[in-house]
Design a binder for this molecule. Structure first.
Ligand code: ATP
Ligand SMILES: O=c1ccn([C@@H]2O[C@H](COP(=O)(O)O)[C@@H](O)[C@H]2O)c(=O)[nH]1
Length: 209
């Protein structure tokens, strides 16, 4: 078996999962501020790679995102792993502490989870935002009025929900069986959701920095 690039002695990885529009990006900002996480959104990294001059993956990523499909894992895992390495090199954690990475919107498929944990770093826990589809849909349609995202439209949202239910929920279920999931109901206000998020992660031994 491959040795992971980063050791859990140096790095804490929290996967942040939930359906499209469940509020992961919004809650991540709070977690960065209070808990010293480095926030890495797989979707943001893919969108940056899509427009990077000279990228061989631009067209592929654009097509996958518009169709709500999951980009081949080698691309996403390389982006995440390199972003972690860059963060550790340029902004190392305070002396005597472990770096904390909040990996938002990843892994979205079982094989991605296995590949990442074997080659990059095993996760400490999985934070899951549990939100009804109708709530997520109305949030995304509203966000789509200003986000400029190719996939915040009714047709793409439908496809993203399908992929989430069929492919990404099994990842959450698998981590649940391993006792790693902190699940939070995400259909209340941003502040109320954050209260539950804090309670959930504190109960697992992650405290403010
Ligand atoms: N608890 C909440 N109540 C109301 N609106 C919210 C709440 N949380 C997030 N929002 C809004 O819903 C939209 C989606 O939130 P956000 O971008 O954080 O979700 P996400 O899970 O990161 O979505 P995606 O996976 O599609 O990137 C945003 O416009 C955000 O402002
Ligand atoms: O691990 C990942 C994460 C994301 N994608 C693709 O990006 C879009 C948008 O992701 P957001 O988390 O909503 O920003 C998603 O629908 C996938 O097409 C991916 O392929 N793999």
């Amino acid at each position: 078996m491959a040795t992971p690039r980063f050791s859990t002695n140096d790095v804490t990885v929290v996967f942040f999962l939930g359906g499209p529009g469940s509020g992961k990006g919004t809650q991540s900002a709070n977690l960065v501020k209070d808990y010293g996480f480095v926030h890495l959104s797989a979707g943001d990294l893919l969108r940056a790679e899509q427009v990077r001059e000279g990228s061989q993956y631009g067209d592929l990523i654009r097509e996958y995102i518009r169709e709500g499909k999951i980009v081949p894992m080698e691309v996403t895992v390389a982006l995440l792993s390199n972003a972690m390495a860059e963060s550790l090199a340029t902004s190392p954690p305070p002396a005597g502490t472990k770096a904390r990475f909040l990996i938002d919107g990843f892994p979205r498929k079982l094989d991605q989870a296995v590949f990442f944990e074997e080659t990059v770093c095993p996760s400490e826990l999985v934070l899951f935002l549990d939100c009804p589809e109708d709530v997520m849909e109305s949030r995304l349609l509203k966000r789509g009025e200003t986000s400029g995202r190719d996939d915040d439209n009714a047709a793409s949202i439908r496809k993203r929900f399908h992929t989430f239910v069929e492919t990404s929920m099994p990842v959450v279920d698998d981590f649940e069986k391993k006792g790693k999931v902190v699940s939070v109901k995400a259909d209340s206000s941003v502040e109320q959701v954050y209260e539950q998020v804090k309670a959930g992660i504190e109960a697992r031994g992650l405290h403010k920095r």
